[in-house]
Design a protein around this ligand. Structure first.
Ligand code: HMG
Ligand code: MG
Length: 321
């Protein structure tokens, strides 16, 4: 791909920010789970291979959920073996979503070494996404986490609706902290705070992080997962970085949403994040040009341009329309 000529952002470091960030790339899972059509397995595999070649080291690959709930990812058994060359490198993690023991059995049978359970801070979303109450979902996750840990499999605990919920409105910080603590108490290695419908603003992010660390959850085990519905994802990320967060979820090209939360739009675009971090002199290991070329290629496969401002700015003219 020929990108348009561009000036690189001038690197101006901010000593209040971390020196290095781990990007948890969710485009292949959070992005593609929300596509109207089913993306061919070979395209998904090539997407993930290209993300790894662009320098991403944590690439969420797919979900072992009920295929009727998320038909877009029903090919997990076919896709995962195609990722073996990446898995065998040893320096790239390929986490997969697993809601229950059935999902764990499927993931372990294929050799997955990193999984994520996904809870909700609100009852309505727990019911819609998992067909369970919040506490029933935690009970469903308990044996999953215990078995995974016994097998030395890395476990992430997602927590959705941490800021606002389209059915319940603003979500009290204490309610989020209770479920977050419960996920960590199950034995999760890390927690990802989901702004599922993208309503967070930076002060709210800082308040939640303060409450969580005050309740004993170390900031080193907390990641942030912002959807960009109101254009706040990057500002919210900066607030989290200032608080010491060093794991940021993002999706290449800004793909994404959630099939069980219709008002959710794409995640923070990885390219927008990398542009900002490059300017701040923060290491990510990601090659922005290779990543942008990947998102342009995927946008061609999907038949529509990427919503990422950075992808559009760096893309050939044909992609901007
Ligand atoms: P359920 O209908 O209550 O399932 O769904 P069940 O436990 O009653 O089981 C019913 C049947 O499904 C059984 O089969 C099970 O074996 C089978 P039967 O005995 O009747 O023949 N089954 C499965 N089959 C394959 N794989 C499985 C599985 N589990 C049960 N894993 C369930 C409960 C959790 C399965 C369902 O609600 C589900 O799959 N939900 C997934 C929803 C989802 O993936 N949502 C998107 C991800 S979350 C997200 O995007 C948010 C995030 O990005 C963060 C943020 O933005 O906030 C992470
Ligand atoms: Mg999400």
């Amino acid at each position: 791909m020929t990108t348009t000529p561009r000036a690189l952002p001038m690197k101006v470091a901010d000593p209040a920010l971390p020196a290095r960030i781990r990007i948890h790339e969710v485009g292949a899972r959070d992005g593609l789970q929300n596509e109207k059509g089913v993306v061919p397995t070979e395209v998904k595999a090539e997407f993930i291979h290209r993300l790894a070649a662009a320098g991403l080291t944590t690439i969420e690959a797919t979900s072992f959920v009920h295929p009727k709930w998320v038909p877009q990812l029903a090919d997990a058994e076919q896709l995962f073996p195609l990722l073996e060359p990446i898995a065998s490198r040893g320096d790239v993690a390929l986490p997969v979503l697993v809601p229950n023991e059935r999902g764990l059995d499927r993931a372990l049978a294929l050799g997955a070494r990193s999984i994520a359970v996904f809870g909700s801070a609100t009852e309505t979303f727990a019911a819609r996404n998992l067909n369970r109450t919040v506490d029933e979902s935690l009970a469903m996750f308990a044996p999953v986490v215990a078995r995974a840990k016994a097998d030395r499999v890395h476990v992430r605990g997602y927590l959705s609706m941490c800021f606002g919920d389209p059915w319940e409105g603003a979500v009290p910080v204490e309610q989020v902290v209770r479920v977050a603590k419960a996920l960590m108490d199950l034995g999760c290695d890390e927690l990802s705070l989901g702004d599922t419908v993208g309503v967070a603003t930076p002060g709210h992010v800082t308040a939640l992080l303060r409450a969580l660390t005050g309740a004993g959850v170390p900031v080193s085990s907390v990641g942030v997962h912002f959807h960009d519905t109101y254009g706040q994802a990057l500002s919210n990320t900066l607030a989290a970085l200032r608080y010491g967060v060093t794991t940021v979820d993002a999706s290449a090209g800004g793909l994404g949403g959630c099939p069980y939360a219709k008002s959710a739009t794409g995640n923070l675009a990885t390219e927008d994040l990398v542009w900002m971090l490059d300017g701040l002199g923060i290491e990510t290991g990601v090659d922005l040009d290779e990543l942008t070329a990947t998102s342009v290629w995927l946008a061609e496969q999907l038949g529509r341009p990427s919503p990422s401002r950075t992808v559009r700015a760096l893309s050939p003219v044909s992609h901007k329309e």
